[in-house]
Design a protein around this ligand. Structure first.
Ligand code: NAP
Length: 566
């Protein structure tokens, strides 16, 4: 759906090249016939570099191949209507909402509308729930190996279509192009792994014998197995709209549940493309659905819907509000974090600097497990800051299309929020290691030294490329700071002394502590959980499958005790 000319030669930053701005900032144009687009491509090709006839032919063929792999076209043609509005997915079909309303998705780079999706109604949610309930009954009877087979197929189709889905991630959430492709491929791998783990975990049950408990003889045999919960409602956040949707969809489906997805508004179009891969894989009608619309409008109706049997949510404080309203159903909540990196005197400072720059600034700091505060021993702080600054100077800043390290943050309000934290730190005397610079939603990477506990940035999650450094004098001080936080997602300790690392790791109230590495979610089969306001329950493939099932027992009561070989 994007202009073909830009696909042949990607433009330099629209933020720095106003002549190009018009191209990138235009909303998706109406479908053009291929021929005029090829002519545009050809003239662009000739304008930018002299090419031989053969080269020109190959380049134009590549354009045709890319054409079929573009968002909203090729196998994805059915998911978009004649007005370029993306449809929602219900009862195995792509539909337009009866609301007649749409929600616009703003490209964070251009700050112009990039896509439009349906604003679904409550009635449409009701219908989806009914269909999901009916489909789930049949699905629970579908053999486990067959469920796994379909998940493997969806994984394959997802990976085949990584380019158009990544294209949406670039335009909807400004994810650097190569990271966008990685997200889709990782999601396919996650699905395959889930299928295989599911077959093992769910194919096993337990036999318990009564005489192991005092006062009982061996006359009761308890057979327990895992059964599905019913309808799982999945709500992922904007920063990984594909991966964090798939990490809920896979476990729910393999365990015999049906799945209703409410994608984040920014990220909806990538999510709709991903859902279409499940459609193409041949999952039964009604088993998977995708309701689009603003969370603030449709969210409460969905999370409080009586048909929902489980909610798997990833996001910010919204999750705390949902957990108060949801009622007596299992909840998986993966919420915000303020992941601290504690750096001791004996740490390898080159390793630390590499991890801090990677962990703090990749995807412009918009990761739940981004490094969000550095707690460093005063004696090594100057050397550390110098090393980090040197690495930060090499970060590229610009558009996701150009694969820059730092790309625009998700929205203007997010950029304003980050700026508010920076200004608060400035007023209260933090040292700026770089000049603060912002253009639209693009914020240049910033390290704030000498941050103190009275500054907001010491405690709040910026979700942007701004990292505070707090200088400490003792390990005790570092642990105290971590444990005074409302959050407890991850943390890390850098030291060569493993004994100290373990002791500190044990003392910090966080779901995971990394030793000598920045925090990270993944690999996707590792357990992943937050303490305190960072969440309820645990993710990771096995934990999610278990969480989306319930134990059911059958007890065989014998008239008299029975003993093997007895
Ligand atoms: P968010 O604002 O909490 O939104 C998350 C999801 O909730 C979106 O799909 C949103 O839809 C939806 N939503 C909004 N209001 C709702 C309501 N009343 N009922 C139901 N759903 C509702 O979070 P975000 O800005 O997308 O993501 C950033 C946050 O996620 C950060 O705090 C980050 O730390 C956290 N995060 C945590 C993890 C983890 O695993 N711990 C991973 C990634 C991100 P709309 O987009 O339509 O509003």
């Amino acid at each position: 759906m994007a202009q073909l000319s830009l696909r042949v030669v990607w433009p330099s930053s629209p933020l720095h090249n106003p002549a190009r701005r018009h191209h990138l900032s235009s909303p998706a144009p109406p479908f053009l016939s291929l021929m005029p687009r090829l002519l545009v491509a050809r003239s662009e090709l000739l304008r930018t570099s002299p090419v031989s006839v053969e080269e020109e032919k190959r380049a134009l063929e590549a354009v045709v191949v890319k054409e079929s792999a573009m968002a909203g076209s090729g196998v994805f043609t059915h998911i978009v209507d004649e007005n370029q509005v993306f449809k929602y997915y219900a009862e195995g079909e792509w539909k337009k909402s009866a609301s007649g309303k749409t929600v616009s998705i703003v490209n964070p780079t251009t700050r112009k509308t990039q896509y439009n999706v349906q604003a679904c109604t409550q009635e449409e949610v009701n219908k989806v729930m009914e269909a999901a309930k009916a489909a789930q009954r049949q699905w629970a009877r579908t053999p486990l190996w067959k469920r796994a087979e379909l998940l493997h197929k969806a994984a394959e189709i997802l990976k085949e279509n990584k380019d158009p889905i990544a294209e949406c991630l670039v335009k909807e959430i400004a994810k650097p192009a190569k990271d966008a492709v990685t997200e889709v491929v990782r999601s396919g791998d996650l699905l395959s792994y889930t299928a295989e783990e599911g077959v093992r975990i769910l194919g096993e049950g337990k036999l318990l014998l009564s005489d192991s408990f005092p006062g009982n003889e061996r006359n009761k045999y308890c057979l327990s197995s895992k059964i599905p919960l019913g309808i799982v409602l999945a709500i992922p956040p904007f920063n990984y709209p594909v991966n964090l949707a798939v990490s809920k969809i896979g476990p729910a489906l393999i365990a015999g549940n049906s799945l209703v997805l409410k994608p984040p508004t920014q990220g909806s179009v990538a999510a709709l493309h991903m859902v279409h891969c499940f459609h193409l894989a041949g999952f039964p009608k009604g088993l998977i659905s995708c309701i689009t619309g603003k969370g603030s409008e449709i969210g409460d109706f969905m999370t409080m819907h009586p048909g929902v049997n489980c909610i798997s949510f990833t996001g910010g404080d919204t999750g705390i509000a949902i957990s108060k309203k949801a009622g007596m159903i299992p909840l998986q909540m993966e919420l915000g974090g303020k992941d601290a990196c504690i750096v001791l005197e004996d740490a390898d400072l080159d390793l630390v600097a590499t991890n801090i720059v990677q962990g703090g600034y990749s995807y412009s700091g918009q990761r739940c497990t981004a490094v969000k505060v550095v707690l460093i021993m005063e004696s090594v702080a100057d050397e550390f800051v110098e090393k980090v600054n040197a690495k930060m100077a090499k970060l590229s800043v610009g558009t996701p299309e150009e694969n820059c390290d730092i790309t625009p943050v998700i929205s203007e309000s997010s950029a304003n929020f980050i700026e508010g934290l920076v200004m608060d730190a400035k007023e209260k005397g933090a040292t700026f290691c770089q000049e603060y610079k912002r253009e639209g939603n693009l914020i240049w990477p910033l390290l704030l030294d000498h941050v103190r506990a009275n500054m907001r940035i010491a405690w709040e999650e910026p979700f942007g490329p701004v990292l505070p450094v707090i200088r400490i004098r003792s390990v005790k001080e570092a642990i105290h700071h971590c444990n005074a936080s409302n959050f407890g997602l991850q943390g890390s300790v850098f030291t060569k002394d493993i004994n100290k690392a373990i002791t500190i790791g044990d003392a910090i109230e966080s779901g995971t502590i990394q030793i000598n590495s920045a925090p990270a979610r993944g690999p996707d089969h590792f357990p992943f959980q937050g303490l305190k306001d960072s969440g309820i329950g645990s993710q990771g493939i096995v934990n999610s499958i278990n969480m989306m099932t319930k134990i059911k027992s059958l007890v065989i009561n014998l008239p008299s005790p029975s003993y093997t070989m007895g």
